[in-house]
Structures are given as structure tokens and as C-alpha cells.
Design a protein around this ligand. Sequence first.
Ligand SMILES: Cc1cc2nc3c(=O)[nH]c(=O)nc-3n(C[C@H](O)[C@H](O)[C@H](O)COP(=O)(O)OP(=O)(O)OC[C@H]3O[C@@H](n4cnc5c(N)ncnc54)[C@H](O)[C@@H]3O)c2cc1C
Length: 401
Amino acid sequence: MRTKFLILGAGPAGLSFSNRLFQNGERDFIVLEAEAQAGGLCRSVDVDGYALDIGGGHILDVRRTEVVKFLFQFMSRDEWNYFVRDTTIHINGKYVSHPFEANIWQFNTQDQAEYLASIARAGCVTGKPKPEKFTEWITWKLGERIAQEYMLPYNKKMFGSELDNLGTYWLEKLPDVSFEDTLRSCLEHRAYAKQPGHSEFYYPVEHGYGELWLRMAGALDGRIAYGQKVNSIDFDSHIVRTEEGREFSGEVIINTIPYAEFRELQGMPESLRQKTRSLKHTSVQVKYSPQKMDTSAQWIYYPDPGLSYHRIFVRHNVLLGSKGIWYETNSDRIGPPDGNFAYINEYAYPLNTIGKPEIMRSLLEWMAEHNVFGLGRWGEHQHYNSDTTVELALKLADKLL
Ligand SMILES: Cc1cc2nc3c(=O)[nH]c(=O)nc-3n(C[C@H](O)[C@H](O)[C@H](O)COP(=O)(O)OP(=O)(O)OC[C@H]3O[C@@H](n4cnc5c(N)ncnc54)[C@H](O)[C@@H]3O)c2cc1C
């Protein structure tokens, strides 16, 4: 089967790209999806009477207004609740508001003094050169004490043995630390103004986040082929094969699936293939618990190495009127099944290893010369949130239409 556009993967990237085509009158395309349902990491399932986001807690950031406008076409504004972010970090037996460095004032005086002294010695404050390794960057940026008590153990839980191989080029997401702001915040007993990402967000009133993507899939008038697990691509003939041996081809191919899914990358130079094979990712288990937590937080971070999970998402504080929470755990750290619902996302976090920008630059450029475009979290191997993914998908569709 040959179409003008062949889209691999029906997650937010594939769904946004194909809906933009559809809305512009293009009908000559098909989306191939391995699962029986669209939505990728943003899917939700029903657990204990309410929706649970199987890719981990997912919320829609309000900041990209064009993206939000596009998405509200499928699920109107009145189907979403608006939230101001309220999240905490559990550290040394105490809950502290996130972001950590803006809320040091919540500790006792002795701890505040020690955190401040440590920030005053941080490399970025004393003018030391910025390190290239993530683990060294943390201490350089936040000081020894925040690094040792929070950032290093937390990231070790998230990224496991790959932590030492991560670079620093992706860290614009992390809040800056400022000695003056931290000091002022401690003296005035209030958080300093810098807000983390997702400081305001939407979550569906009655559904999980997955409902949005199901509706986007429904709008495509049957142009998604489900249960089609792609495992090879030929860059010369533009033929894509599935595990069951079906063949599809497209004049233009949009890849949103992880490169590790391709057993064969035919026509790709050997050196580039080897680089592509070196891309790394981690997996995350999402596990439900029916308990109610006595907190207003929507989610909580747990750096304690003694606990397997790194984050709890408090369902009853986001899907209002529901109950229960879920744990998010790097799948290398999970325990045996305990009867509660659990789901493992094999592809959760694309890893920002030191050589990755160069690998992705050469891969994406070479593919584009062959009319194959990498898009989204896996197609670009970037920690994109869904709103960024949608924005990039709309831009690419507009460019190619
Ligand atoms: C724990 C966690 C929390 C997150 N929280 C948020 C949040 O709060 N807000 C937010 O906006 N974003 C969040 N994100 C990011 C969000 O999940 C991604 O931005 C978004 O899912 C990216 O969409 P995508 O289409 O690029 O990738 P995916 O969602 O991964 O979609 C890829 C699609 O390709 C399919 N596929 C894979 N392999 C094959 C194959 N071989 N053949 C055919 N199809 C295949 C998959 O089944 C899937 O449908 C979070 C991510 C994680 C891991």
C-alpha cells in the first residue's frame, strides 16, 4: 500500500501531524500504530473506577496558546479543569515545596544556613567553568548539599546506571539557583518568584489525559492501522515492514517511533546506523494504589534511595472526585507484582547522553535528505512534553503540506 504520507506511530506527534493534514484537506495518508489504541505515552485506562494515565501522570501546560487552541477543538475548554501547580519534594522526612532551591526557607534555621553556605560555594556562583557531565553540573549549579541530598539521588533513581553518561545541554528545564534570591527568600520566608514549568495546567474533568488523543484518532476517519508493529524501513525504496510481514510505503515518511524498534535500517550508511543504535532510553513502571494521601499536592518527588519509586502522582487531587494514587518507578527498580494494576512503559525517557546532539543532528539531516522526517519524543529523541510535540508536529505538517 502506497500513500503520499506514511506516519509511523499514533502518539501525540503522529496524531497532531495527521490531524493537521486532515484539516487541510489531505486524505492521502495512513498512520501505523503497534498498539490497539492511539495516544502513546499519553494513554489512559480505567482502574478502580477512574482513569489512570499509563505513561505516568500527564497534564497539559497552559503556556503554548496555539497548541491549546488546537487541542481544544477535540476536547472543548469546559471539559478541562484548570490548576495552579502545587507539588512537593519529600526530603529528610519532610515535604518541601517544589522547586527546592526557591523553598529552602521552609527548613529550620540551621538547615537554611547550611544550604545557603553550600550555594555560596557552588561553581556557578564562584565563577568556575561549566562542566560537561550532568553529575558534575548538578553540584556546580546547585551546590554540594542540594546535589547530595536531592538532585543526585533523585536523578540516579530516574536514570540508573546511565546517569554518569548524561550531558548538560538539555538543562534549560531546570530552574537556575541564585544565592541572592535564595537568601532573600529565607529572610522573607517566601518562595522566590522563579516558577518551574507546568506552573499552570489543565487536566480533563471526567477523563484521563488519554481521552484527548482518542478523540484526535477518531477524527481521522479510519486512517490509523492498529496492531501494525513496524520493524524495518528501507530509505531507498521507502518501504516499511511490520512484524507480521505487511508492507507500506509513502512518498514522505514521518517517524515518531523509537529507532530501537527498527531491526533493519536499510540504505543507511553503516557509521550512521551504529550511532543510531547507540541511542539510549529508560523504562518506567506506573503502579496504582487505592490509598488516599493527606496532601494538596498534585504530585510528589521522592529522592530517598531507600524507596523504589521516584514520583507519586496523586490522582484524587487532579482527577477531582476520584480516589487513589500511582507510583512511577524506573523499571530497573521495581519489585514483584502485588495484585495492584501496573504497567511498564518500555520507552519512557530518551536519554540525553553526552554525544546525542551530534548523533541526532546527523541522523535527522540524513533522513530528511531521503524524505523521512523524525518527529516527537522518539523521532527526535528529546524529552519533549506533549505540548511541545504537538507544536512541532503542526509546524512540520505546515511545512510539508
Ligand atoms: C512519566 C512521564 C510523564 C510525562 N508527563 C507529561 C506531562 O505531564 N505533560 C506533558 O505534556 N507531557 C508529559 N510527558 C511527555 C509525553 O508523554 C510525550 O511528550 C508525548 O507522549 C510524546 O508523543 P510522541 O507521539 O512523540 O511519543 P509517544 O507518546 O511515545 O508515541 C509513540 C507512538 O508510537 C507507537 N509505536 C512505538 N513503536 C512502534 C512500532 N514499532 N510500530 C508502530 N508504532 C509504534 C507507540 O505505541 C505510540 O503510540 C511525560 C512522559 C513521561 C514518560
